[in-house]
Design a protein around this ligand. Sequence first.
Ligand SMILES: [Zn+2]
Length: 596
Amino acid sequence: MAFPARFLDELVARSDIVDVISDYVQLKKKGGTLFGLCPFHSEKTGSFSVSPEKQAYYCFGCGKGGGVINFIMDEENLSFPDAVRFLAKRANLEVPEETGGSREAGRLRQRVLALNKDAARFYYQTLQSPDGQAVQAYLDRRRITPRTAARFGMGASVDRWDALIAAMTEKGYTKAELIAAGLAVQGKGGRLYDKFRNRLMLPVIDVRGDVIGFGSRVLDGSEPKYMNTSETIAYSKRRALYAINLVRKSKRPNIILCEGNLDVVTLHQAGFDNAVASMGTALTVEQTRLLSRYTKEIVLCYDNDNAGKLATERALELLNHSEFTVRVLQLPNRMEDGKPMKQDADDFIKNHGAAAFEHLLSGSENGVAYRMAEIAGQYDLSADDQRVAYSRAVSALIATLESSAEREVYAARAAEACGISKDAILSEARRAFSARQKEERKQQARRDLNPAMELQPKERGSRYENLRSALAEEGIIRLLMLDSALFTGAPPIAPERFSSPLLAKVYQTLLSALQEGRQPHLSLLAEELTGEEMNHITAVLQRPESRTERDKALRDYITTVNIEADRRCQSSAADLLAAAIEKNKEKKQYGGKLNG
Ligand SMILES: [Zn+2]
């Protein structure tokens, strides 16, 4: 372990899980457990639980769980050592010097961040030099002022194979670090070359002010037009949001989510300092979590073409059950003479100015109204059969609304649009609702018929081969965490008897902690287990365990594990024997042929 055990114990003891999580989630007490809205998936009813007794959190909705260190790793997007440092700072504990692998990883991440910062500086200086003329001309064409360019730290990469590599090598960065940062790529012959060439460079900066990666746009017609840093130790596109470093200081009440980085730039320049963009992905849950720290209202402002509509639809689905208020800002898609026209936020601001955009922003529709208008656009409401089809489609949408007041309002609106009575639409919506419920019940029944699948770890690599034994092994681990007094003295069973390598590892870790006189808690596993493994072990802890006669329960579990282990031994011994006999036969036949 990288950090001394005593230090970690003290850190965990001083970082009460309820205390720490309360900084992020509003918790309400129900019995011995606290509940709140899950920060890891969007929901309206709290299925996220925190147990002071187990010092664990677990979400019954999405299955995320762990101890206090895991929570910080997930919530703050930190590695294990960084999460430890984060909590130490919070608890006013001094961090002892680390050793081993995680220190290496932490060091590499620091080097990559430093390299990114130096690279951003290099690109910035290039833009100011004669080498940056082409990019400067491009910025002029897009009417991006030098002040805006500086605010976003924009830069230029030149049309050469190794301009950045040469400059960064001179600063003492290694080839491995350049590759790790995603700034250099290794060619077939092993030669390194710059990943970004002849491009406008846009540093992506996180809320802490670190340059985590880059977006870029090509200057000539070559492909790809937009290119971002690939996944690195410092950059994950699922979590990145372009301009979030600026938006967090905005005074505006909402955040505008756009499609492209340059839309964001134009909006900021026009005074909308609350615009961000996801980096070449559809909106992700991780990004909504980050946004939820700064706003309760999201305005979707994607392009008005089909791709943009699709992205809007997907974002609305994701945000449907979230705590956000969502509005859709629709850019006009017709010219004044009625001709269709593709337009993004950047075009709109250039053509119509900031005041017109402000007007659109304040008049933007909420998500339901937007989707209703989308549906209406698909039908010709002057034809009877089309009106019936419309009422069906719109009822299906209304059926998904959670509040009955909302259903009333939108049913009335739909009734007005198609000339069918509000009551007819509401009853159609009820039918759609019960049809959906029936389908959900059917799926649940299917799951209930195959309970074994539910008990399996989600990660393929750790699937149980012997379910009967694994469930007993889980019970042993549960008892070890709940009632460690049962395990003092000689261990009642050796980890080697376990059938599941994952459970054996967990048992071994907790048991050795106990033997060193430490408290076996979930945070001991935070470094060794993957996120999925941790979720599974926390789920195991949630399953009911008898409160009385725990020693008998433990004996029963141990008996089961032993019986199954003996059976495996016998069958593998039988297999070996059978294989030996088979081999012997072959030898004889083979030998016979040779002789004959
Ligand atoms: Zn959840």
